[in-house]
Design a binder for this molecule. Structure first.
Ligand code: PLP
Length: 232
């Protein structure tokens, strides 16, 4: 009986209420990316009607389908691991690509952006988590990309910062350390690369910590739209 009441109370919170509550707690200067992966267009429209304009998806085809249906002033962010052969489908509209973890992906984005005469903003994914399962580049790999002749000759992409994902653990100290290491490396790079502006870290479970540690872009899904159901 008790658990039934609890579930019902959670359901009462609407998407727009969740958004308002989160917006109230995040400082100015921190961009909220509403992660709408697996959620229907109607949910995104509800968030849009509440004023949200930045949305994140992790599958290119899903993002393209939603882009086609929804208002065109939405800023779409690709936050998932990229398959190079699908970059072409989003090159005409994607605003920021968060999870770049290879030079070849960067080359493909540059090539596709050129076809549309655009410059696409990108973030390199720095591997901060101790877990092996996470994607991401080492400091050395990131430095190699940023200082490479090939990157300097790419006219249709701009690397504007770093993205990172902390380990899925309950240990707040470990998560904080991982965010700290991302911020330190970001600050170091920002000194040499003046186009750096964005440090994307923090999700539903850890965004308050990420903001305390210097994040200026958080990617929040379930705390806005509710839990995802992957079996549907
Ligand atoms: C799904 C996802 C998020 C959002 O996760 P929540 O825990 O639902 O907030 C953030 N970043 C990335 C890269 C994701 O894939």
């Amino acid at each position: 009986m008790n658990s039934y009441i609890f579930v019902e109370q959670l359901d009462i919170m609407t998407i727009s209420q969740n958004l308002t509550n989160i917006q109230k707690t995040i400082p100015k200067g921190v961009t909220l990316v509403a992660v709408s992966k697996t959620k229907p267009v109607s949910d995104i429209q509800e968030a849009y009607d509440a004023g949200q304009r930045v949305f994140g998806e992790n599958k290119i085809q899903e993002m393209v389908a939603k882009y086609d249906e929804l208002p065109k002033d939405i800023s779409w962010h690709m936050i998932g691991h990229l398959q190079s052969n699908k970059v072409k489908y989003m090159a005409h509209f994607v605003d920021l690509i968060h999870g770049i973890d290879s030079f070849s992906t960067l080359q493909e984005i540059n090539k596709q952006a050129k076809k549309h005469n655009r410059i696409i903003n990108c973030l390199l994914q720095y591997k901060i988590a101790q877990e092996d399962s996470k994607f991401g580049l080492s400091q050395e790999e990131i430095n190699n990309i940023l200082n490479s002749y090939d990157y300097k000759n790419m006219e249709n992409i701009k690397i504007v910062g770093l993205m990172g994902m902390a380990s899925f653990v309950d240990d707040e100290i470990q998560i904080r350390e991982e965010f700290k290491s991302l911020k330190i490396f970001y600050d170091q790079l920002k000194d040499q690369h003046t186009q750096f502006s964005t440090i994307s870290m923090g999700m539903s479970g850890d965004y308050p910590l990420a903001i305390q540690e210097g994040s200026n872009m958080i990617r929040v899904g379930s705390a806005i739209f509710g839990n995802r159901n992957y079996t549907k």
